[in-house]
Design a protein around this ligand. Structure first.
Ligand code: PMP
Length: 313
């Protein structure tokens, strides 16, 4: 297992001990921060580390910066480059999770409404599976008593750190009550997503997922899974409003996200889905997903960015 030696802060790669933020930063005081959670996968045959859909992560970060009205002059290139440089500096040769934040540093003591100056920091660390479950099984979810934030209060479609207080409340409630995770309904009582993942259910052999307008993050993995269902399994995804009661009668369900990858859900509110094990469609899409992110499927090579030049590591 590798260790993290370096992080990126404000234009420089520095030893992790030097990755410190000011007590006065609005990012800390008021949650004035936006971020991305990105994965890079080690391909042991090709001896390279591949960042998955880095361009799309940078594009979403630009949307987050715009929506939160942060001062910046970033481009896809200026956001992507530090991620690659940091992975190289740490010489990772294993699956890695990357957290890239842009926050309002603010001028000195500052005010809640400061929009700049902004700074970028990136942290990367070796990371295997997020949720713990036995192979062939999956996780136990509840339907949360917390509603997913709505677009007329907070912007669910982007990744601003403040949104994650909603996710934390749902996750902590679920854990306190003995579940692994939660499914949040939106303020109209329709299915939205998990605390840090989108949701698919399988009904009558058809993969189904709520629309982004149901209060979802504009998830890169959700988009990936929709594409992979069509192009690798020849299954069209039904993107539609989903009722709570459909969760209980679904044959299969899974979470997806950069961190969560594809995580099977075996029970919801203690009711087993199907036979209470990972279902065959979930298994097939999971396999397809892992092949693609690791750079083993040439049809999707435009989604991966190699970290090392071939002569590098
Ligand atoms: N929803 C939420 C609330 C999330 O935090 C995440 C993780 N970023 C996802 C969905 C999945 O998004 P992505 O596939 O872009 O990682």
């Amino acid at each position: 297992m590798g260790i993290t030696k370096y992080c990126y802060l404000d234009g420089k790669i520095v030893p992790v001990e030097q990755g410190r933020l000011s007590l006065f930063s609005s990012g800390f005081k008021y949650g004035a921060a936006v971020f991305e959670g990105i994965r890079a996968y080690w391909n042991k045959d090709q001896k390279n580390l591949y960042v998955f859909r880095l361009k799309e992560h940078s594009e979403r970060l630009l949307r987050s910066l715009k929506l939160m009205r942060f001062d910046h002059s970033h481009t896809v290139e200026s956001l992507s480059r530090p991620v690659i440089d940091l992975l190289k500096a740490n010489r990772f040769r294993e699956d890695t999770h990357i957290l890239q934040h842009i926050y309002v540093e603010g001028p000195g003591v500052g005010f809640m409404g400061d929009t700049g100056p902004t700074k970028m920091c990136v942290a990367a660390f070796p990371k295997g599976r997020y949720s713990d479950y036995e192979e062939g099984g999956g996780i136990a979810c509840c339907v949360s008593s917390w509603a997913r934030i709505s677009d007329h209060c907070m912007p669910p479609r982007i990744k601003c750190t403040a949104n994650y207080q909603n996710s934390r409340l749902a996750l902590l409630e679920a854990k306190t009550n003995g579940y692994d995770s939660a499914i949040l309904l939106n303020s109209h009582g329709k299915v939205a997503e998990g605390p840090a993942a989108c949701l698919f259910i399988i009904r009558d052999g058809i993969p189904t997922t709520p629309p982004v307008s149901a209060g979802l993050l504009e998830s890169i993995t959700r988009d990936t899974i929709i594409r992979l269902f069509g192009e690798t399994l020849q299954l069209n995804v039904d993107v539609r409003e989903t009722d709570r009661t459909e969760l209980y009668v679904a044959a299969e369900a899974f979470f997806c996200g950069s961190g969560e990858e594809v995580t099977p859900i075996c029970t919801i509110d203690r009711q087993p889905l199907g036979n209470g094990r990972m279902g065959p469609i979930t298994e097939a899409i999971r396999e397809s997903y892992f092949g693609v992110v690791r750079g083993e499927d040439p049809r999707f090579s435009s989604w991966i960015t190699p970290v090392y030049d071939l002569k590098d590591p």
